[in-house]
Ligand binder design. Structure first.
Ligand SMILES: NC(=O)c1ccc[n+]([C@@H]2O[C@H](COP(=O)([O-])OP(=O)(O)OC[C@H]3O[C@@H](n4cnc5c(N)ncnc54)[C@H](OP(=O)(O)O)[C@@H]3O)[C@@H](O)[C@H]2O)c1
Length: 262
């Protein structure tokens, strides 16, 4: 019998979007579990702040500037991480963008920017790191989906389409790459306060309405996501692939039935 440890000692992780919000929290979660962590994004100073915090946790970090919408930058990022650490055991794709507006007003450039970052960017990172993982005999890929991987949400149709795509990309890669010992899974966060959701969280009316929809009656704290990410990054999830774990306070579980207060 092999008992799982939920530790990541000796593992190398690459986290896109690691300069802020969910990516940063999960990069620190990986470092605290023993991994060395490279963080990528466009704002280098934010990445360097994350690296400092990784080092305070007693681990090693690396900041790599990369725009995930650009294939050549993604390839250079992966080369730089492999050059420094020798391998990549865990890829967590948290780089993402969103814009809120009525669908009939979405400019074509906004659609392209959201799909290019959230869906194509995730694919390019999976593709470049997937080749490294194939060579080294396996690895774990974790994509960040959303409630909109499961349901449509108004005023964010390009984002919903991109995150629905991220889930199906996850499943397609999972079935294709299982033979290479690469597990590909997804985390679907509910509502968390970050730069991306700042405007929502400043809107008291929105907060009141949204909380009524969340069975646990609270928004997520960034550290609520760490357990699911460590599980999917660690040996504990070796037989899990193509799945999504929603960390959403029960949002997608259903509804009260209407006979008790929502
Ligand atoms: N907050 C929530 O409630 C929530 C819920 C569900 C899903 N999510 C998802 O969680 C992920 C992280 O979002 P967040 O909430 O933590 O917001 P955030 O703080 O705005 O994080 C987004 C990160 O993505 C990076 N990024 C954006 N475009 C990029 C590009 N072209 N290339 C490389 N990096 C890029 C940003 O860094 P730079 O600007 O420096 O590049 C930033 O660090 C996103 O995929 C988001 O869709 C968030």
């Amino acid at each position: 019998m092999r008992f799982p440890t939920f530790r990541l000692d000796g593992k190398i992780a690459l986290v896109t979007g690691g300069g802020s919000g969910i990516g940063k929290a999960l990069a620190l979660g990986f470092a605290n579990a023993g991994a060395k962590v490279a963080v990528a994004g466009r704002r280098v100073e934010r990445l360097e702040e994350t690296v400092e915090e990784i080092e305070k946790l007693g681990s090693e970090g690396m900041a790599v500037r990369c725009d995930v919408t650009r294939k050549e930058e993604v390839e250079r990022m992966v080369e730089a991480v492999v050059e420094r650490f020798g391998r990549i055991d865990v890829l967590l794709n948290a780089a993402g963008v969103n814009r809120r507006m009525p669908s009939e007003e979405v400019p074509e450039e906004v659609w392209d920017m959201i799909l290019d970052t959230n869906l194509k960017g995730t694919f390019l990172c999976c593709q470049a790191v997937g080749k490294v993982m194939m060579r080294q005999g396996g690895g774990k890929i974790i994509n960040i989906g959303s409630l909109t991987s499961q349901i449509g949400i108004g005023m964010i149709s390009p984002y919903s389409a991109s995150k629905g795509g991220v889930l199906l990309l996850t499943r397609a890669l999972a079935v294709e790459w299982a033979r290479y010992n690469i597990n590909v899974n997804c985390i679907g966060p509910g509502y968390f306060r970050t730069e991306m959701t700042q405007a929502l969280f400043e809107n008291e009316e929105w907060k009141r309405r949204a909380l009524r929809r969340i069975p646990m009656r609270r928004f997520g704290e960034l550290d609520d996501l760490i357990g699911a990410a460590i599980f999917l990054a660690s040996d504990a999830s070796d037989y899990v692939t193509g799945q999504i774990i929603y960390v959403d306070g029960g949002f997608l579980a259903g509804w009260t039935g209407g006979l008790i207060e929502e």
